[in-house]
Design a protein around this ligand. Structure first.
Ligand code: DGL
Length: 270
């Protein structure tokens, strides 16, 4: 009964950690496509092909349900995968919908027409590919009207975090927040739309100010998965063992992941 968690690299471990806290008995197979990361600067076709290959690998591990923890894959590939590629007995879910449901105060499965919601000015921080896809605005428009979204492509932040350069990552976050605030001076809410950004949440909050509610994905995704599995227990696949797989160099990825999450993590070759 394992579930797959996919990310372009190690950032999705923030989602995996939240899922493990919420569902401690659920085996999880994590796959990081480190050989091809970062996805945030790739074309949509490229992201689609790479994500499909990774999801097939997780299906082979007995994970009928795969969570795309990667925002870039969720934004640039998921809709096309669901419409053209995923077979009936498998599921691939992304990370945008739980976030938007929280933002628009909707329950899962509430398909009523879009309506006005409390929040009107939303700042979205994400990778260049996620921003270019406009997937966040598309999903939001199904559920809410009158919400103004200003999106900031946060070039360089993922790389700085991956390199462990906290000072550079902080400086980049502050400059991206400033750039956004020039276009939207008073956002009410901010969405951290990238797996790596929860690690910089305090800097985002400080730069945005105390009045801005910052939405971070990991816990929302974990809650939404727990809810989904109650409704669809048959989607728990045949896999029984938790493991960490990477398309990159397992030794290098294990050491980076251990540093990233501050606990020992051992990756195997995918
Ligand atoms: N994991 C990606 C995301 O959540 C960020 C890293 C990348 O660009 O591959 O968007």
């Amino acid at each position: 009964m394992a579930v797959g968690v996919f990310d372009s690299g190690i950032g999705g471990l923030t989602v995996l950690d939240a899922v493990t806290r919420r569902l401690p008995d659920l085996p999880l197979v994590y796959l990081g496509d480190n050989a091809h990361a970062p996805y945030g600067v790739r074309t949509h076709d490229d992201i689609f092909n790479l994500t499909c290959a990774a999801v097939e690998r997780l299906w082979a591990e007995g994970c009928d349900l795969v969570i795309l923890a990667c925002n870039t894959a969720s934004a640039a590939a998921l809709k096309r995968m669901q419409e053209t590629w995923v077979p009936k007995d498998k599921r691939v879910l992304g990370v945008f919908v739980p976030m938007i449901e929280a933002l628009t105060e909707r329950q899962w499965g509430d398909n009523s027409p879009p309506r006005e919601v409390a929040v009107r000015h939303v700042a979205l921080f994400a990778t260049p590919a996620t921003v270019a896809s406009r997937a966040f605005q598309r999903e939001l428009a199904f559920r809410a009207i009158g919400v103004d979204v200003e999106a900031q492509p946060c070039g360089g932040v993922v790389d700085a975090i991956e390199q462990g350069d906290e000072i550079l990552a902080e400086a980049l976050v502050r400059s991206h927040v400033e750039a956004l605030k020039r276009r939207m001076p008073h956002p009410q809410a901010a969405v951290l739309g990238c797996t790596h950004y929860p690690l910089m949440e305090a800097t985002f909050q400080e730069a945005l100010g105390p009045d801005v509610k910052v939405f971070s994905q990991a816990n929302l995704v974990a809650e939404s998965l727990a809810d989904y599995l109650v409704r669809r227990p048959e989607m728990l696949g045949s896999g029984t063992e938790s493991k960490f797989l990477t398309t990159g160099d397992p030794k290098a990825v294990s050491s980076k992941a251990t540093q990233f999450l501050r606990r020992r993590i051992t990756f195997e070759p995918a």
